[in-house]
Design a protein around this ligand. Structure first.
Ligand code: GLC
Length: 421
């Protein structure tokens, strides 16, 4: 008994210094049922491993709104604001100086991740974030409806437009009055930049700004591509698409009220949920291409990053390692549809059983088209805003395609001013 007591005392004494320094860390948590479940899982592992406490923060859903919020938080250098968060793939250059330098902690993990994604998170040779999940644009379609009408999944925008209109009209005549042909992200926000890049680049209109920083958007193909999308609004796409981000379109599609949906890879797992009206009826493929079938999928994805104002970098790194290990990535794939950033998981039988489409998309991820973020550096947020605002004006018919690309060219030139710095 005495021996046991002595042991207990020694043990508590050993724990004492650690407990005295127990901290509370803050991490962002996706505001959905599945997001909460993932966060509970992370909390349980982190607290058991470190003795610290983990709390969660809700953030806005739109990428650009999140970015503005971070810019405000970081401007105040508040050590209590947030420790670990997800940065969009296009923000690393914008947020660089507010991100903890992870180089000393994570360099040995490099070979486990997709090389291009890892490279995206490096600034001047320093690792500033770790790829959390991979993402790219995808076209979802209703297998059952395409089959019913003897149609193949569309390889071009023209085919998509024709099939969507045909099925919408026929099904409405059959009594499904609320059916639409297509949903996409048409609101004026970051998601529209991603959609517009796919329409424009796949039709030979370039990527707004090319890899060496030249502004290329003022061309007839870009104008035509935006006009094409404007033609969908109110015909095959609901007028409300002008207010849709990812989740609004998914709600409609998942309710069985759309034939096609442009979205990101995460959506597949959710469309297969037990509560989904279209479970088992969904196909997913690369987004359609221009007349020659050349498809362009925008590169997306999110990165785990630590605020450089964190008061406990060691604990924040421990948390980052938990959320980025293979077990957490499998969990997030199953719950939230996050495509792993660890390459080995694309050969993992459990992952492939859960998400068979990943076998196809691993190749597409590798050649997805990036938004012009690397070359425009700290100015990317302004660049993207100019792109989504002008594209939105075309969708809303406030401007025609030709006028819009001319205006956008001039706006981008003003933002660039004396160079992308
Ligand atoms: C997805 C992508 C992200 C993109 C966002 C736009 O979350 O992963 O990169 O910025 O959609 O809405």
């Amino acid at each position: 008994m005495r021996k046991l007591l002595l042991n207990l005392t020694a043990c508590s004494l050993a724990l004492l210094p650690a407990l005295a320094q127990a901290d509370t860390l803050r991490m962002e948590c996706a505001p959905s049922k599945e997001g909460r479940e993932f966060c509970r899982y992370v909390k349980q592992r982190f607290e058991a491993q470190t003795g610290h406490t983990l709390t969660f923060i809700d953030l806005p859903r739109a990428s650009d709104e999140k970015l503005s919020l971070f810019q405000q938080l970081f401007a105040a250098r508040d050590a209590n604001a947030i420790d670990l968060f997800q940065a969009d793939t296009v923000w690393i250059g914008v947020l660089n100086k507010h991100l903890l330098d992870l180089t000393p902690y994570v360099s040995d993990m490099r070979q486990d991740f997709f090389p291009a994604a890892w490279q995206n998170d490096m600034v001047n040779g320093r690792v500033k974030a770790i790829p959390a999940y991979m993402d790219t644009g995808a076209l979802y379609y209703r297998k059952d409806l395409l089959e019913k009408y003897g149609e193949q999944p569309p390889k071009t925008w023209a085919e998509l437009t024709r099939i969507a209109a045909r099925i919408q009209q026929a099904e409405r005549a059959n009594g499904h009055k609320g059916l639409w042909g297509l949903v996409f992200q048409g609101k004026s926000y970051e998601g529209l930049t991603c959609n517009a890049l796919e329409w424009v680049a796949s039709q030979g209109g370039g990527t707004f700004i090319d890899a060496d920083g030249s502004i290329t958007v003022n061309n007839p193909r870009a104008a035509q591509a935006l006009e094409m999308a404007a033609g969908w609004v109110g015909t095959i796409a609901p007028p409300g698409v002008l207010g849709y981000m990812e989740e609004e379109g998914r709600a409609l599609f998942q309710n069985g009220d759309a034939v096609f949906m442009r979205n990101w890879l995460y959506a597949y797992v959710l469309t297969q949920d037990k509560s989904s009206a279209i479970r088992g009826k969904v196909g997913v493929m690369p987004v359609p291409g221009g007349a020659d079938g050349q498809s362009v999928s925008t590169l997306g994805g999110w990165q785990w990053a630590i605020s450089s104002y964190t008061k406990n970098p060691q604990a924040a790194v421990a948390l980052l390692k938990i959320v980025s290990d293979a077990e957490s990535q499998k969990k997030a794939q199953g719950l939230l549809g996050w495509a792993p950033s660890r390459q080995a998981l694309y050969q993992d039988p459990q992952v492939l059983a859960q998400a068979p489409y990943l076998a196809t998309f691993s190749g597409i991820l590798a050649k997805a088209t990036p938004r012009p973020a690397t070359q425009t550096r700290r100015k990317y947020a302004q660049v993207s805003k100019a792109i989504y605002n002008t594209s939105f004006n075309v969708l809303r018919r406030d401007s025609d395609g030709a006028g819009a690309v001319q205006t956008l060219q001039a706006r981008l030139e003003r933002i660039r001013a004396r160079g992308w710095r």
